[in-house]
Every structure is written in structure tokens, then in C-alpha cells.
Design a protein around this ligand. Structure first.
Ligand code: NAD
Length: 282
């Protein structure tokens, strides 16, 4: 049956409505029950966003920033050019961001409709993000959970010696600049760890997680040791209840140095050996 999707949230316009995934949420977790059915068309009408609560726009921006981090640095430039202006529902910055994020999602999905390889880059930030959603009983918005999940993934990647700490700084600053959370409560590791072990990207007993080496260079990394993940969690939960970085209004972002100067360099030993279990370029 041909289906035309007419998403009414920003998140659905740039992500959920594109790619043919349909699914229902269950108490066991998200994305566990569903089928693939490609829509005949997706109509993104920005006027519909005029009535959408700002918090939902902010949530949608997390998936847009994710698309930028995994595949299109130009998205990060647009967000940096006016983090607050991007929140205007019918504004030109948001129009450009929707267009670019749709291109990323459509291209990745066309490459790998059944998520057997490259499509998994779209799960960046979702391992920890889905765990947060589950632990919070789905009271967090999806984009909010993914935002913290991307900071977690960046903390893991830096600790694994894969990512330059300045890119971790960029994660925190860019997400905070649009009002997304970058920290999660301490003391929840046992529950989060149990949820992450049930993640859909895992294959049998092999745990898998998408990490970035750089903007646009995602990797699938297998069996990262729990201790390293827990260390990353400690960093994400270091400041209870608040984003640990000041929100920047005028980012020092330049094309020559796309990560700008991070306001924070975490206490990381870059000699930490890379995680065992193997990596796969996506
Ligand atoms: N399958 C995928 O690829 C994929 C990708 C991302 C997210 N998701 C899933 O999609 C779901 C999130 O859906 P969502 O973010 O679109 O939110 P939603 O459908 O839950 O809507 C959020 C809130 O906004 C209200 N709302 C929606 N449109 C509105 C409008 N135009 N004006 C005023 N209010 C409006 C809704 O009533 C609701 O209260 C999550 O379950 C998420 O996990 C799936």
C-alpha cells in the first residue's frame, strides 16, 4: 500500500519519517517491534512547526546535529552560525538544516535500506540515548536522550584514543548552544548498562557501538570494555543536573579549524589502548 508521510514534528521531518522504518514503542525498549515500509513520498511543511513547542524543536535539532556529526560538517556550520536562530520554526536556518539532514538520511538509507551496514551510522548517540529513554520510562524526549548519548559516545571515543578531545568539546558546546542536555544523572550505571546490553545493534553476545574518529568518519566498534564505558558515564554525570559547559552565543568556529577552541579538555589519558574486539569503518 503506498503511504505518504506528513510529519508534524521536526524530529519526524528529518529522521523518523524518512527511511521506511515503522514501529511501536514497547515496555521492553524502542525499535524492537516494527517493519520496513518505504513511503511513496514525505512532505515536510515547515508551517506545521509554528505550533510545535520549542522543546520539541530543540529535540529535533539533536538528530540534525547527529546528521552533521556523522556525515555533513556543513550542518554544524549552519547551527554555529546562529544557535538561537535555528529554533525559529519557519526560519531560513531551520529550512537549510531540514534540507541537509534529509539529504543525509535519504542518502544513507538508499545505500543500506535494511540496516546491514552503513545505515547504523544513524544510530550515533543512540546506544546510551535509548538506555536513558528506557531508564527514564520514555519521559525524556528522544532528541534529548540522543544528545546526552552523543556526548557519552564522544567521551568513549576520546578515552579509546579514537577522537581528538576538541571534537568532544564541540559536541558539548554545540548541543548546549541550542538548549540540549549534555549531562545525565549519576548513580544509574547498573540500569543503563543492563539497557545497553539489550541494544538492537548488538549481535548475539557481541556489543556494538557507533563512535566517531572525526566529523563524517564513523566506526562500528565491538565489545568496548565495561570499565571504559563506565568511565565515560562518570564524565557525563560529573555535574549533577546541569550542562557542565557555558552556552556559547558567539562560537569561535572557523572553517580552518572546524572544531573551534574547546572550552574544556577532559582529563583523558590518550595512551589508553584502543578497545579490543575490532572496528569496522562504516
Ligand atoms: N524510526 C526512526 O527512524 C525514528 C527516528 C527518530 C525517532 N523515532 C521515534 O519517533 C518518536 C518521536 O516522535 P516525535 O519526536 O515526532 O514526537 P511525537 O509524535 O511524540 O510528538 C511530540 C509532541 O508534539 C505534539 N505535536 C506533534 N506535532 C505538533 C505540531 N505540529 N504542533 C503542535 N504540537 C505537535 C504531539 O502531540 C506530542 O505531544 C519517538 O518514539 C522516536 O523514538 C523514530
Amino acid at each position: 500500500m503506498p503511504v505518504v508521510q506528513t510529519p508534524t514534528t521536526l524530529l519526524a521531518m528529518v529522521d523518523a519519517a524518512i527511511g521506511g522504518k515503522t514501529g511501536i514503542n514497547t515496555g521492553e525498549g524502542k525499535n524492537l517491534v516494527g517493519v520496513f515500509h518505504q513511503p511513496a513520498a514525505v512532505i515536510c511543511d515547515q508551517d506545521l512547526l509554528e505550533t510545535l513547542p520549542t522543546a520539541e524543536i530543540v529535540s529535533g535539532l539533536a538528530e540534525i546535529i547527529k546528521a552533521g556529526l556523522v556525515a555533513d560538517p556543513g550542518i554544524l556550520d549552519v547551527v554555529w552560525s546562529g544557535p538561537q536562530e535555528t529554533l525559529a520554526p519557519a526560519g531560513p536556518l531551520l529550512a537549510e538544516l531540514i534540507r541537509r539532514a534529509v539529504v543525509v538520511k535519504a542518502e544513507v538509507v538508499a545505500d543500506d535500506p535494511a540496516e546491514s551496514g552503513r545505515r547504523s551510522i544513524l544510530n550515533y548517540g543512540h546506544t546510551f540515548g535509548h538506555a536513558v529513554e528506557l531508564v527514564e520510562g520514555f519521559r525524556w524526549r528522544h532528541g534529548e536522550a540522543v544528545a546526552v548519548g552523543m556526548v557519552f559516545a564522544a567521551e568513549v571515543a576520546v578515552r579509546a584514543g579514537l577522537m581528538d578531545p576538541s571534537l568532544l568539546g564541540l559536541h558539548r558546546e554545540l548541543l548546549a548552544a541550542v538548549g540540549l542536555p549534555t549531562a545525565y544523572e549519576a548513580g544509574r550505571w547498573a540500569n543503563l548498562w543492563a539497557a545497553m546490553r539489550r541494544d538492537k545493534k548488538n549481535q548475539g553476545k557481541t556489543r556494538r557501538m557507533v563512535l566517531l574518529e572525526d566529523v563524517g568518519r564513523p566506526l562500528m566498534v565491538r565489545d568496548i570494555p565495561e570499565e571504559l564505558l563506565q568511565e565515560a558515564y562518570r564524565a557525563v554525570s560529573a555535574v549533577p543536573g546541569a550542562a557542565p559547559y557555558p552556552v556559547k552565543t558567539a562560537p569561535d568556529y572557523s572553517l580552518e579549524n572546524p572544531y573551534g577552541t574547546p572550552s574544556y579538555v577532559p582529563p583523558v589519558d590518550l595512551d589508553t589502548p584502543a578497545p579490543p574486539g575490532g572496528r569496522e569503518r562504516l
